[in-house]
Design a protein around this ligand. Structure first.
Ligand code: SAH
Ligand code: SF4
Length: 368
């Protein structure tokens, strides 16, 4: 395979069809190829037996299906599984699978690090390194589906039934890879996940929220975390550019494009910072009468960060204050704590053991 082989993983159907046409082949081969790669998990062209031998050779000469390299897998006692994927220069991104009775949710990463520097986030603390490609984003789902057992008794029996962009990075700051990746998640030739079951979580890039609403229309979660601009400026610095009023306007426009489906507002509970009754009242004023749900996230501490998690009874009181007045409010269950898989703890820490294994592998390849 040539060094400049085109990676077919993460390529949306339209682009694949154009590629086949360019190769002088019929565009419908794109559909066959997608079924092999995503639905049957096959990446070796030789196994794609409904493609002619000459086409397979052509593909081998010019293209590849290159998967992200998995550095490690961590299994939690509660069934949560976390993987680290190699992302260059000794760094890694993480994906977390959260099994529940009626669904399997994969939380995926969209960037190596993040530039937005929210005050309570481990990914933000590591700074921004680079955007992931569509192949690296879809590759996380491909890998989870290939190693996890399939679900029983369902037409579509992949382990991953729901995908949330709540891992490392700000998905709307990597729009050009995230949208093609979503295309594949929802395509019937790939995983066929409904748009409702794909959630993009953003800290509030207002113009891109509008664009996503026009072009993609998946479920939206917004990291609000504070009910007034003074506080949000400190916790979520992008608020200085796109303050709460502008952000909420964009949210209601987005909801309007989706038959007013609910937008989820994420709100991290920080002891003594944003968890008082007055904050709940301000939040109520912002969301009253709107298609909004609130998801309270108990803060997950990480080393080098000074915030504390709000006590459990205060989180419940905050929830009740909103619920009593009709705002649907849930508290996020923290899963995978024993493997550092909880929200905001994903930092792509490559352990020394893995790092050694990796550099050994590189040495071997270099000398081969
Ligand atoms: N960049 C996107 C998506 C990734 S973060 C965003 O900010 O929405 C996914 C969620 O985890 C966000 O709501 C984020 O604010 C939250 N989060 C970040 N750090 C956290 C922490 N230490 N404890 C709990 N939640 C955290
Ligand atoms: Fe980036 Fe989201 Fe973390 Fe903020 S919370 S630093 S936007 S990953």
């Amino acid at each position: 395979m040539p060094a400049d082989a085109i990676n077919l993983l993460g390529m949306p159907q339209g682009e694949l069809e154009a590629l086949f046409t360019r190769l002088g082949e019929k565009p419908f081969h794109a559909r066959q190829l997608m079924r092999w790669v995503y639905q049957r998990g096959v990446t070796d062209f030789d196994e794609m037996t409904d493609l002619s031998k000459s086409l397979r050779q052509r593909l081998k000469d010019e293209t590849e299906v290159a998967l992200p390299q998995v550095l490690s897998q961590h299994d939690s006692t509660d069934g949560t599984v976390k993987w680290l994927f190699e992302s260059g220069f000794g760094q890694a991104v993480e994906a977390v699978f959260i099994p529940e009775a009626d669904r399997g949710t994969l939380c995926i990463s969209s960037q190596v690090g993040c530039a937005l520097d929210c005050a309570f986030c481990a990914t933000g603390a590591q700074g921004f390194n680079r955007n992931l490609s569509a192949a690296e984003i879809v590759g996380q789902v491909w890998h989870a589906n290939s190693v996890l057992p399939r679900r029983d008794n369902e037409a579509r029996d992949y382990a991953v039934t729901n995908v949330v962009f709540m891992g490392m990075g700000e998905p709307l700051a990597n729009y050009r890879s995230v949208v093609p990746a979503i295309d594949i998640l929802i395509s019937d030739l790939a995983y066929g996940i409904s748009r409702r079951r794909v959630t993009v979580s953003t800290s509030g890039l207002v113009p891109t929220i509008d664009r996503l609403g026009d072009e993609c229309n998946v479920s939206l979660a917004v990291s609000l975390h504070a009910p007034n601009d003074d506080l949000r400026d400190q916790l979520v610095p992008i608020n200085k550019m796109h303050p709460i009023a502008a952000l909420l306007d964009a949210c209601w426009r987005y909801a309007g494009k989706r038959q007013n489906r609910y937008i989820t507002f994420e709100y991290v509970m920080l002891d003594g910072v944003n968890d008082q009754a007055g904050h709940a009242d301000q939040l109520f004023e912002l969301l009253d009468g709107k298609p909004a749900k609130v998801n309270l996230i108990p803060f997950n501490p990480f080393s080098g960060n000074e915030f504390q998690r709000s006590p459990a009874d205060r989180i419940v009181r905050f929830q009740n204050r909103l619920r009593e007045r009709g705002i649907v409010t849930t508290i996020r269950k923290t899963r995978g704590e024993d493997i550092d898989a909880a929200c905001g703890q994903l930092a792509g820490k490559v352990s020394d053991r893995v790092r050694n294994r990796l550099s050994e592998k590189r040495r071997r390849t270099a000398t081969a």
